[in-house]
Design a binder for this molecule. Structure first.
Ligand SMILES: [Zn+2]
Length: 359
């Protein structure tokens, strides 16, 4: 049983097909990596990685990554560059995804309260796209109001989900505080107790959002940290996710052991067993950013070190003073090396999450 038998098409998927894919992942006990991309090169590398191990994929773009996609030379006043860049990335992904032959979810990453104009801009693009194509441009968006009071967080997510459900978009929300630092929010000094979401919080979210739509996922804090730390330094408690599932199951009087779709933020630096355990409790998406950033850089680093003597001038290398170096400094050559090491790292993430041979 794979995506094909379940009727999940290749290319970018939205709405009902997203529901089918996440349900499939939850039932089979695997998770899909959401790879942060900032360029067509990183998008293509992530797609190639997933294609070669027969896996569905989530590509996500952050607010900063979106602005970069549009070009650092553009002004981001009013989130303009982030909106244009995110829309541009979505169109690129839509254009090429089908040719890679895998189902792809396009997702936007963390959006804190102060970045809401970015979120609104993407939603407008979704609504425009829906008028013509009967589906949104993106597949899902994330709203991160975990810094705000709980009631405000949930009420705002509910309000947005009402608007989003009209065009079959999925909402990812965050409750509890993930440590570390991400797009403009620094939680490195936060009190320890706040780093673990309580079961009642999860039920409050579930109860309110499920009144609107079932297309939502929850990023809960269970000791996870954004960014990279030495393995073992992150005190993860994936068992909390099991407690959340049990609590919601009991409240709903549900037959399912995993009524909630959880998202794992800040997985970098976690040991593989903890990732496996979290997935067994209903994590269906894990964010991957820091580790693939390093992998991309590592490809360039190794290439430069190996070809250093051919990369000091346009002409002249150990083979002769008049030998041209064009074929060594062509961006297609060294960027491809970055892509190759990134591809390996994306595939490693897929294997860690059980996302292999799922087509
Ligand atoms: Zn987060």
């Amino acid at each position: 049983m794979g995506c094909k038998e379940l009727g999940i098409p290749t290319g970018v998927i939205t709405g009902e097909n997203v529901r089918k894919l996440l349900k499939y992942a939850s039932e089979q006990g695997f998770a899909i990596p959401a790879v942060n991309c900032t360029s067509s090169s990183t998008v293509n590398a992530a797609l190639e990685a997933a294609r070669d191990i027969k896996a569905p994929l989530i590509i996500q773009i952050s607010q900063g990554g979106s602005a970069f996609y549009a070009g650092k030379g553009l002004s981001n006043e009013g989130q303009r560059a982030s909106i244009v860049g995110a829309v541009s990335a979505a169109h690129h992904i839509r254009q090429v995804a089908k040719d890679y032959g895998i189902p792809v979810i396009i997702h936007s990453d963390h959006c804190a309260k102060k970045l809401l104009p970015w979120f609104d801009g993407m939603l407008e693009a979704d609504e425009e796209y829906f008028k013509i194509h009967k589906e949104p441009l993106f597949s899902s968006h994330m709203l991160d109001l975990s810094e705000e009071p709980k009631d405000e967080n949930i009420a705002t997510c509910k309000k947005y989900l009402e608007r989003m459900s009209k065009i079959n978009l999925l909402l990812e929300m965050e409750i509890g505080i993930t440590g570390g630092e991400e797009d403009g929010v620094d939680n490195t000094g936060v009190d320890n107790a706040a780093l673990y979401t309580q079961p009642e919080d999860i039920w409050d979210v579930y109860r309110e959002l499920s009144q609107v739509s079932d297309l939502f996922t929850i990023a809960a804090a269970f000791g996870n940290v954004h960014g990279v730390y030495k393995p073992g330094n992150v005190k993860l408690s994936p068992i909390l996710l099991k407690k959340h599932q049990d609590h919601v199951k009991q409240k709903l009087n549900s037959k399912s052991d995993k009524p909630v779709w959880f998202v794992f933020h800040g997985g970098s630096g976690s040991v593989k067993d903890e990732i496996k355990e979290a997935v067994s409790y209903g994590v269906i998406k894990m964010n991957v950013d820091t580790d693939t950033q390093w992998a991309y850089w590592e490809g360039i680093k190794n290439y430069y070190e190996g070809k250093k003597d051919y990369l000091q001038s346009q002409v002249g290398n150990p083979e002769g003073e008049d030998k041209p170096n064009k074929k060594y400094y062509d961006p297609r050559v060294f960027i491809r090396e970055a892509e190759k090491t990134m591809i390996k790292r994306v595939q490693e993430a897929c294997r860690d999450l059980g996302n292999v041979d799922r087509l």
